[in-house]
Design a protein around this ligand. Structure first.
Ligand code: 6K6
Length: 208
């Protein structure tokens, strides 16, 4: 891997000079990237995300708060993955998460540290807040501290904490049933659009 630099402010001249150097070196221009070498090295070492990498979603759902909606979490996670999102917390949708937790004897501290690190890496936080969960509440506050876009979904009849429904930066979308949950997720995530953008919560709710 090597880098080519040319001097001057003339873009066309620079393009021609680079093309000439590539031809001299016998390098196919199709194999050239516009990224400077330090950026490529940082990407390769995992310090920064490669451009074009799939957006990362931190999905929150109740675990010790109650697993009655696990199949719905699994469907939401599968929908996100099918749309090309990388879901950092796919275990939230697993039917065997509690068995797995016991089998691996992972400590609560390790779970906490791992989850906090994943929230930092996320481009978007999506939470199903139908089943009350202390862990999900904490994840939402941490996501807010970090300025992450937050999307909360819940059933129409859920008696939601005011701290979630009144949160100025969280988009809260209500749905009727399993099928409607995926439609609501799809609309809200599409409104969010580019993972780099932080669209206002009203837009994710479909109000803007
Ligand atoms: C490891 C592999 C599978 O399961 C584990 C261990 N358990 C957890 N691992 C990762 N995150 C967890 C685990 N238990 C709870 N959480 C996080 O808290 C999830 O991201 C959920 O969104 C949230 C649920 O909180 P509670 O209070 O309902 O447990």
């Amino acid at each position: 891997m090597s880098e080519i630099e040319v001097d001057g402010a003339d873009a066309e001249g620079a393009r021609d000079a680079i093309a000439a150097k590539l031809a001299f070196l016998g390098v196919d221009p199709a194999t050239v990237t516009a990224s400077p070498l330090p950026v490529l090295v940082a990407e390769a070492l995992g310090f920064v995300r490669a451009s074009g990498a799939p957006p990362r979603v931190y999905f929150c759902g109740s675990i010790r708060g109650g697993r009655q909606l696990q199949p719905r979490y699994a469907a939401m996670i599968a929908w996100l993955q099918g749309r090309g999102y990388e879901v950092l917390t796919a275990h939230v949708g697993r039917a065997d998460v509690l068995t797995f937790e016991r089998a691996t004897r992972v400590t609560d501290r390790a779970i906490y540290e791992g989850d906090m690190a994943w929230i930092e890496q996320a481009d978007l936080v999506v939470a199903d807040v139908t089943v009350p969960s202390l862990g999900v509440g904490m994840e939402l506050m941490r996501a807010d501290d970090l300025g992450k876009p937050i999307l909360c979904l819940c059933e129409e009849t859920t008696s939601l904490s005011s701290l979630v429904s009144g949160h100025p930066r969280a988009a809260v979308v209500r749905y009727r049933d399993d099928e409607d949950a995926l439609r609501a997720l799809s609309r809200a995530v599409e409104a969010h659009g580019s993972p780099a953008s932080t669209r206002p919560a009203a837009e994710m709710r479909g109000e803007a």
